[in-house]
Write a protein that binds this ligand. Structure first.
Ligand SMILES: Cc1cc2nc3c(=O)[nH]c(=O)nc-3n(C[C@H](O)[C@H](O)[C@H](O)COP(=O)(O)OP(=O)(O)OC[C@H]3O[C@@H](n4cnc5c(N)ncnc54)[C@H](O)[C@@H]3O)c2cc1C
Length: 323
């Protein structure tokens, strides 16, 4: 019976371009040629050569083993809200955290432990409803817990580094390590994990239970509305494209350079917030890349300041331009 079933899965896998990986007597599937556009907030980008969304740590471990045995490069994916993926797609294996979403509020200590794929805004709403203070600022950041830990996501003067107790990470050899904030060398939108094949599997945050849930929900709601009115959430974007360079925010500099509304193909500098580039429908990654490059060039010319992208630009953009 088991043999018939595994034969069935394997042959199905072959036809549909899956690889079924044996694991503790069961199988899990690694798919090939998976479009990444729906998995990023810009809604652009070509396919992943291989794609997997492990549900458990042993599947994550087996995914790393697969990439190692096949000699494949690895890309780690949260909700893709800070990524510009090439139209050519990505070679190798993309490992998504989307199915790792366990969550535990420990009332006695105020510790909140969440799987990497947990949604930051959903956590902020949930914490508010429970009367747990400490995540009200995160409600407008449409990323996962893993992505937030890696990016040191933040808003309104607060950031992940302020509340992180530790992160459980998996190294490419499958080993788990527990890292604390000093290990991550946090600074503005930076952690030591950026650009590495180290997977954040889970994070624990220190919050403060016992607050008035109506009050925390009201603050969270106000933050949510402030974001929705000051930033364009109605079209696909990656949030702020450039890091703020210092005293003047990147958006202000882009506005001074007269670039609000500037458009290349279907990619456009937002009127509401000039540090946002919007996919107005049918933009390509190349359109967005060219626009980022143009904005960078113009701001440098007019303000003598080279803006650095906050968005992670991944895959092949050779022939499109340079940043
Ligand atoms: C409308 C909008 C508003 C935004 N506002 C803000 C804001 O106010 N503040 C802010 O800081 N950001 C903001 N962002 C950007 C983005 O939401 C954050 O950077 C977020 O933390 C990215 O999380 P993600 O899960 O989408 O990560 P992804 O975009 O998928 O990945 C980002 C980086 O983290 C890595 N990564 C992701 N998950 C893991 C993991 N589990 N293990 C290891 N590496 C991983 C990726 O390889 C990549 O290098 C905004 C984005 C949008 C679209």
């Amino acid at each position: 019976m088991t043999m018939t079933l595994s034969y069935h899965i394997a042959s199905l896998a072959e036809r549909q371009q899956y690889k079924s990986i044996p694991l503790l007597g069961a199988y899990f599937l690694i798919r090939s040629n998976v479009s990444l556009a729906p998995l990023t907030s810009f809604r652009v980008g070509g396919p992943a050569e291989w794609y997997v969304a492990p549900k458990k740590l042993d599947e994550l471990q087996a995914s790393f083993q697969f990439s190692h045995s096949e000699g494949l490069p690895i890309t780690l994916l949260g909700s893709g809200s800070n990524l510009l993926v090439s139209d050519q797609g990505l070679p190798g294996l993309v490992i998504s955290s989307r199915n790792l979403r366990h969550i535990n509020f420990e009332k006695e200590t105020g510790l909140l432990t969440v799987g990497a794929g947990g949604s930051l805004p959903r956590l902020a709403w949930k914490a508010a409803r429970l009367g747990w203070q400490g995540l009200e600022w995160a409600v407008g950041i449409p990323g996962t817990v893993g992505g937030a830990v890696v990016m040191n996501a933040g808003a309104q003067g607060k950031c992940i580094a302020d509340i992180l107790v530790n992160a459980h990470v998996m190294l490419p050899n499958g080993q788990i390590e527990i890292l604390s904030p000093p290990d991550l060398k946090y600074s503005y939108r930076y952690s030591q994990l950026q650009g590495k094949s180290i997977f954040v599997a889970q994070a624990t945050f220190q919050l403060y239970p016992g607050a008035n849930s109506a009050l925390i929900t009201a603050i969270t709601t106000e933050n949510f509305h402030k974001r929705r009115t000051s930033q364009p959430y109605h079209l696909p974007s990656c949030g702020s494209v450039f890091r703020n360079p210092g005293l003047k925010p990147a958006g202000w500099l882009i506005e001074q350079a007269g670039l609000k509304g500037y458009q290349i193909g279907k990619a456009k500098v937002a009127h509401l917030h000039a540090n946002f580039i919007l996919n107005c429908g049918g933009a390509t990654a190349n359109d967005i890349f060219r626009l980022i490059s143009y904005v960078q060039e113009q701001v440098e010319k007019q303000c003598s300041l080279l803006l650095q992208p906050e968005v992670k630009i991944i895959g092949d953009f050779s022939g499109v331009g340079t940043l």
